[in-house]
Design a protein around this ligand. Structure first.
Ligand code: GDP
Length: 316
């Protein structure tokens, strides 16, 4: 496959997982960029866990580029509870899509991973080279292992078949279409919901899981989508790219920031019965920065936008 078509406004682009937070952001970014043919399928129309369905879709629709944003995702408790589903469903979805893409002549693909693929205790900020240099964090090991497999599939399909499949590793993401179910969500939407409900009910305390000491980095999903399209537009053909904001804060600091945005005056109560997870996972983003891409949406502004949307769309 050496006669690679470029990534242009006329490319037939399949966004897998377009109803999710990342996939929907990629669709918004592509539409804003004037891309004319964006293929999407709902879960009901195409079950990506089923190899026969995925192969039939690729054979019929012949996409030329793929953004693989479909995945089973969730916060620390969901990852730790639905461990079998996280390893099985993610492995199946990405294996089916990557292999069907290659079989049907797709030259360009961006695979969405996660910063949890890196060893639990690796030096900070985390460089792409630290992959597979140590043991993983236990709470999300099944998800991380599936994602590592996806990265290695892209790398090895490129080596054997000459494809141009690359992987992006986002830090913790937030934005429109996030999951606000407290049992399965990530920390930021959970805190927004809890703080909002506490404000409405006049509560004077806000419950935060763990010790509040872990450090996390947060990136608005519109920045993430922009980075994915940037790599395609700049004809990047292989490799692993961290995508982050470049700074982190403690969960306790995040809780105080959310309280400020929501307008809640409350005491923060830490529930040490819940796990902390990885102590820190700040990504080193110098690889993308050297190519000319940096995140643009400041955290407080991003949380204000998301909270306004939450109040408008989701809640009383
Ligand atoms: P992680 O980055 O994979 O650990 O995923 P999360 O976003 O679910 O959790 C990040 C950190 O926030 C962990 O230390 C959690 O214990 C902590 N945290 C505090 N309160 C909450 C909450 O209400 N929900 C979630 N999901 N995490 C919380």
């Amino acid at each position: 496959m050496n006669d690679t078509p470029s990534f242009s406004r006329d490319t037939r682009i399949f966004v897998a997982g377009h109803r999710g937070m990342v996939g929907s952001a990629i669709v918004r970014r592509l539409e804003a960029g004037g891309y004319r043919t964006i293929l999407t399928r709902t879960h009901r129309e195409l079950d990506l866990i089923r190899q026969d369905q995925v192969e039939a879709f690729f054979a019929a629709e012949k996409p030329e580029a793929v953004f693989l944003a479909a995945a089973k995702v969730g916060g620390i408790q969901a990852n730790n509870t639905y461990r079998a589903q996280f390893i099985y469903e993610n492995t199946m979805i990405q294996s089916n899509v990557i292999d069907a893409a290659w079989r049907n002549g797709v030259q360009r693909l961006v695979f969405l991973g996660s910063s949890c693929i890196y060893p639990r205790d690796c030096p900070q900020p985390i460089r792409e080279e630290y992959l597979l240099t140590g043991p993983l964090e236990q709470t999300n090991e099944p998800y991380a292992l599936a994602k590592i497999l996806g990265i290695k599939m892209c790398e090895n399909y490129n080596r054997q078949y000459g494809t141009a499949y690359l992987s992006v590793m986002p830090t913790n993401l937030y934005g429109p279409n996030d999951n606000y179910d407290l049992a399965t969500s990530h920390v930021l939407p959970a805190l927004i919901r809890k703080a909002h409900e506490a404000k409405l009910s006049g509560a004077t305390s806000l419950e935060v899981w763990g010790t509040g000491k872990p450090l996390r980095e947060f990136l608005h999903v519109d920045d993430m989508a922009d980075a994915c399209v940037f790599l395609m537009e700049n004809d990047v053909r292989e490799g692993l790219f961290n995508v982050g904001a470049g700074t982190d804060l403690t969960i306790a600091e995040l809780a105080r920031l959310v309280c400020r945005v929501v307008g809640l005056d409350a005491t923060i109560v830490f529930d040490s019965g819940k796990p902390d997870g990885t102590p820190r996972k700040l990504l080193d983003v110098s690889r993308l920065k050297a190519m000319g891409w940096t995140a643009k949406i400041p955290l407080e502004q991003g949380i204000r936008d998301v909270y306004a949307e939450y109040v408008r769309c989701c809640r009383p």
